[in-house]
Ligand binder design. Structure first.
Ligand code: TYD
Length: 139
């Protein structure tokens, strides 16, 4: 159960940059400076202007969210506190712990949100109703 997780448990991790005169490289590799093993990667793109993505919480899933291109904001909510994190560099990854409501907004034109996730897609791991989320956090 992750009813006690808070927005303050989330932080931005610098995956670091391998610089070269041929351009930059950033790596996320299991066991090397990331907080969980990655089992799935997905990305959001071609997002219409003004659109908001997310709008759910996960019971168990952990994620790293990266602005692979462009910029957007992630608004985290633990039922008590909210925290807005602006992402705009491809080497910075926001670690989102389980049990937090999140919304992604303010997408710049052409932006890409890449998500590295700790498990496969499972609709049963989602809380998509905010009132149910608040009830869960008050357990
Ligand atoms: P959804 O969770 O609604 O997107 P977001 O919360 O990021 O705004 O997912 C969009 C659609 O993609 C929805 O039909 C479910 C599907 N989907 C998968 O099939 N597999 C996945 O791993 C993810 C993340 C989504």
């Amino acid at each position: 159960m992750f009813t006690n997780s808070t927005v303050f448990d989330c932080s931005v991790i610098d995956l670091s940059i391998v610089h070269s005169n041929r351009g930059n490289t950033t790596v996320a590799e299991n066991g090397r400076g990331i907080p969980f093993d990655i089992r799935r990667v997905y990305y959001l793109y071609d997002i219409p202007g003004g659109e908001v993505r997310g709008g759910h919480a996960h019971f168990e899933l952990e994620q790293l969210v990266v602005a692979a291109s462009g910029s957007f904001d992630v608004v985290l909510d633990d039922g008590r506190f909210k925290k807005r994190v602006s992402l705009n560099r491809p080497h910075l990854a926001l670690h989102i712990v389980p049990g937090l409501w999140r919304e992604l907004e303010n997408f710049s034109s052409g932006s890409i949100s890449m998500v590295l996730a700790s498990d496969k897609y499972d609709e049963k791991d989602y809380i998509r109703d905010y009132d149910k989320f608040i009830n869960y956090k008050s357990l």
